[in-house]
Design a protein around this ligand. Structure first.
Ligand SMILES: C[S@@+](CC[C@H](N)C(=O)[O-])C[C@H]1O[C@@H](n2cnc3c(N)ncnc32)[C@H](O)[C@@H]1O
Length: 221
């Protein structure tokens, strides 16, 4: 897999099957921070919370999860953090051991992959718990029993990976979210917003980062 250095100096990869990169060229870590963590207003949420549960759809290199954990612990070091991650490609997970992004909590992501037990990926390192479900997210989403506060929705583009942008898949995500919870994604494509609306979400603009179009926020009212 070909490594690429993005404009904030963080590493991403090019996926040959999809002919797409895992992150935007403007900055892989910046994308995690702005399009997912800031877009969800996670720092504000955890100020007075005892716990938070995040669903990371399309875990890839785990940047979104690791950056979220850094932000949460900076604001509230006692906050119990549960992350459920969905990913189907062992090849990208194997790259995690080879990179050292400038994210404090990345040691936890490395541990998660190292401590793999057959197809089970679990770590508990108080106050953080991460569980990764390996397989097609359209199937593994049905195994999630946790009630979710925030969803990071980060598949390849709707053009290249349409199966993860359907109203059926969004409905399965919606079902396990708590009332008032938020989903963030980088795409503002019409089909994405229409399908989120069909699944029950209230849709609004997310932040604009590194390109002209905004991302999208879906709220479960
Ligand atoms: C844009 S990348 C995600 C980048 C990631 N969030 C990160 O921070 O590195 C999209 C990811 O979706 C995964 N993917 C593609 N199809 C999938 C499926 N059906 N189920 C689960 N994951 C899938 C790919 O393997 C890839 O890792």
């Amino acid at each position: 897999m070909k490594q690429i250095t993005t404009k904030d100096n963080s590493i991403t990869y090019h996926n040959e099957q999809y002919d797409e990169t895992y992150h935007s060229n403007s900055g892989a870590i910046e994308e995690a921070q702005k399009k997912f963590v800031d877009a969800c207003k996670i720092r504000e949420f955890v100020k007075d919370k005892y716990s938070i549960t995040i669903l990371d759809v399309c875990f890839g290199l785990g940047y979104n999860t690791a950056v979220a954990i850094d932000n949460i612990l900076a604001v509230n070091p006692q906050c119990k953090i549960t992350v459920v991650a969905l990913e189907n490609d062992m090849k990208i997970l194997e790259e995690i051991d080879k990179i050292n992004p400038n994210i404090k909590s990345y040691v936890l992501i490395k541990d998660l992959i190292k401590k793999r037990d057959n197809n089970e990926f679990n770590i508990i390192n108080f106050p953080v718990k991460i569980k990764l479900l390996l397989g097609d997210a359209r199937e593994t989403i049905k195994q999630v029993t946790e009630k979710i506060d925030f969803v990071f929705l980060d598949p390849f583009s709707p053009k290249k990976c349409p199966e993860l942008w359907t109203d059926e898949f969004f409905k399965d995500i919606y079902t396990i979210m708590r009332p008032g919870s938020k989903l963030a994604t980088y795409s503002c494509a019409r089909i994405v917003r229409d399908n989120l609306t069909k699944a029950g979400f209230s849709v609004s603009d997310g932040p604009i980062v590194g390109r002209r179009a905004p991302g999208t926020i879906g709220i479960k009212e």
